[in-house]
Design a protein around this ligand. Structure first.
Ligand SMILES: C[S@@+](CC[C@H](N)C(=O)[O-])C[C@H]1O[C@@H](n2cnc3c(N)ncnc32)[C@H](O)[C@@H]1O
Length: 237
């Protein structure tokens, strides 16, 4: 699916990379979820939605776009500005960006219940306890039976994806399918995209609840490890 050129942290989407391949799989899952949503209005919630790379191209091309309202919750001011500029350029008046902390319940107060929730590039950045908390929180944000789309990448730990899918399943989401993102020989990351169905809904989210804290990437937490990996890669070439 076509997407606008990006800068900064999302530049990986503009090359043929493991990120652009993941993006295509997530977008296809979102397209299908909107298609399959019950007739009538559909609300899509994109948690930590960045510049809208996942959501906006799908919204722009989907035959049901007139039925769909969507909100991107994103903290980073530059990404928010970029998402808003794209929304304006695409004329997608039914998409809004909430600039705020997606890990805090206040950011969701007053939003409609979501029939589709997207957690793309999110769970990998959360500690295991926070992954559990965000999943436990979904029934306060979504309708019963909502579609949940998530991604998880394995770089150093080949068991992580399996563990994360199990966590999703333990917290009220029936796992419908797991799709492995196609890999190129040079890819060091394996991504998987999960699609699930939420069980029952729960009461609205109260204000003031800390759901999760986004962690820095492994590279940023462990700069010496990053330097070591880079040296090893240079030696491999
Ligand atoms: C790995 S990117 C994924 C972006 C998008 N979902 C995608 O798949 O293209 C993670 C995004 O989360 C945003 N982010 C980090 N902490 C956040 C927070 N506490 N609340 C909202 N957004 C946050 C970052 O600015 C970044 O745009």
């Amino acid at each position: 699916m076509a997407h606008a050129a990006t800068t900064g942290v999302f530049a990986g989407y503009d090359r043929h990379s493991h990120f652009s391949r993941r993006l295509a799989v997530v977008q296809a899952a979102l397209h299908d979820a909107i298609t399959a949503a019950p007739a009538g209005p559909v609300f899509v919630l994109d948690v930590c939605g960045g510049e809208g790379q996942v959501l906006l191209p799908v919204m722009a091309a989907h035959p049901r776009t007139a039925d769909v309202q969507a909100v991107i919750v994103e903290l980073d001011a530059a990404s928010v500005a970029s998402a808003r500029a794209r929304i304006a350029a695409l004329g997608l008046d039914q998409v809004h960006v909430v600039q705020g902390d997606a890990g805090l319940s206040d950011s969701y107060v007053g939003l409609p219940r979501a029939q589709v929730v997207v957690l793309s590039g999110v769970l990998v950045h959360l500690a295991p306890a926070d992954r559990a908390r965000v999943l436990q929180f979904l029934p306060r944000l979504c309708t019963a039976g909502a579609t949940v789309i998530w991604t998880i990448g394995n770089r150093f730990d080949p068991t992580r994806a399996r563990r994360v899918h199990r966590t999703v399943a333990r917290h009220g989401v029936e796992v419908v399918r797991i799709e492995a993102v196609p890999r190129a020989p040079e890819d060091r990351v394996r991504h998987e995209v999960g699609v699930g169905r939420l069980g029952a809904a729960a009461d609205d989210a109260p204000r003031g609840v800390r759901i999760f804290r986004f962690r820095l990437s492994l590279d940023k937490r462990y700069p010496r490890l990053r330097a070591l990996v880079r040296r090893l890669r240079r030696r491999e070439r």
